[in-house]
Design a protein around this ligand. Structure first.
Ligand code: SF4
Ligand code: SF4
Length: 362
């Protein structure tokens, strides 16, 4: 079912959504120092909050399901007695508005790791089950975008692997929304009094909006090399490529690329002494750090070259070979915009591809 909403009714629509459940949406945030395409972050809606219709958020939407830090449980100690306290709370239902196609696909990448393996990550699942996702097609993709190289349709978010509840488009002073799931249908039915109306011309307008987006996307400059070179059969050749040395030489190991990435999913588990016990929590970690996965037996990757290679091998080779070819990168362009030395997955993939092609050509 397709609905139309006049652009000047958007705030009424958002207010109506926020009355049903907590609503989070991209809000302008210059404080992040982000490139203009990412000068927004998700905030909870309150009266007066304005939707920032920029390309994407500086921090990805993965934070909703996999927050930067999260308490797991507490241990309370009294003498020799230790009590284990489950600190998990059942989450309230919430809505995420304005998720772009790349971030929608990132949910599928994370779901494979956290939901489709045993044991299921119940902390992640708890958040995931309570979310309603309203995705927005990208009217103005940026020069750093390359989701199209990975089979993701910016004009039709959620049409690949990641699921959405509602899809939206903006065209000529109107928003158009399509309820995709039962959850989405129920939600739009609840808020239809705010100016949202079924529209006979909506389908045509949406088709035109999609065609315009596809035309913009076709002009984007980034072209990732053919996935086939990263096939599992090339694993050793890619792993042993000489170019890793040169590529990793200037990496500062700052970890920015992993923290902004919507598909990076590694975390560390730590204990905090509360004075009367221990709080065990997890927090994001980065394979770019020298103490990542360090254990009593030592550090598995002693050099920055090895750590740098791990990040890109994981995205380009290990993840796809483990999950039926699904790319571990969704082409959001955040690492392209944020890396202080302008290193990124596209440069790495191109350099590897060039080295492999040279080898084959000899
Ligand atoms: S953001 Fe750039 S410099 Fe920092 S760890 Fe990633 S590749 Fe290295
Ligand atoms: S590797 Fe870079 S472009 Fe790919 S999903 Fe992560 S941040 Fe986005």
């Amino acid at each position: 079912m397709m609905y139309r909403l006049a652009e000047n009714k958007l705030n009424d629509f958002l207010a109506a959504l926020a009355k049903t459940e907590k609503l989070y949406l991209p809000v302008k945030d210059d404080s992040s120092g982000a490139a203009s395409n990412f000068a927004a972050n998700y905030k909870e809606w309150s009266e007066g909050t304005e939707y920032a219709d920029c390309l994407n958020t500086s921090r990805s939407a993965k934070d909703f399901f996999f927050p930067q830090t999260e308490n797991l449980f507490e241990l309370k100690m009294e003498g020799k007695k230790i009590e284990v306290i489950d600190t998990r709370k059942e989450h309230e239902d919430f809505i995420i508005f304005g998720v772009r196609a790349c971030d929608v696909q990132s949910f599928a990448v994370l779901d494979n790791v956290y939901l489709k393996q045993q044991p299921v990550d119940t902390y992640y699942k708890n958040r995931r089950d309570h979310a309603t996702i309203i995705a927005m097609a990208c009217a103005k993709p940026a020069q750093t975008c390359f989701c199209q190289n990975l089979g993701i349709d910016a004009a039709n978010p959620g049409s690949k692997d990641g699921a959405v509840d509602v899809r939206g488009w903006k065209k000529d002073g109107s928003y158009y929304f399509e309820a995709v799931s039962e959850k989405g249908k129920a939600l739009l039915a609840k808020v239809s009094a705010c100016g949202l109306a079924e529209d006979a011309g909506a389908e045509k307008a949406v088709e035109e909006a999609k065609a315009a987006i596809k035309a913009e996307v076709a002009k984007l400059p980034i072209k990732m090399p053919d996935n086939a070179i990263f096939d599992e059969k090339n694993l050793k050749t890619v792993f042993n490529a000489k170019v890793w040395g040169e590529l990793s030489e200037t990496c500062l190991a700052c970890g920015t690329c992993t923290f902004v990435c919507p598909t990076c999913q590694c975390y560390d588990i730590r204990d905090f002494d509360t004075g009367s016990g221990i709080r065990r929590y997890r927090c994001w970690d980065s394979c770019m750090y020298s103490d990542f996965t360090k254990m009593s037996a030592g550090q598995p990757r002693l050099t920055q070259l090895e750590r740098f290679r791990q990040r890109f091998m994981h995205k380009l080779v290990y993840y796809p070979s483990y999950y039926n070819g699904m790319s571990g990168c969704v082409g959001c362009g955040r690492c392209l915009a944020k890396c202080p030395i302008s290193m990124n997955i596209v440069k790495v993939a191109k350099a590897l591809s060039a080295e492999l092609e040279n080898k084959e050509g000899k």
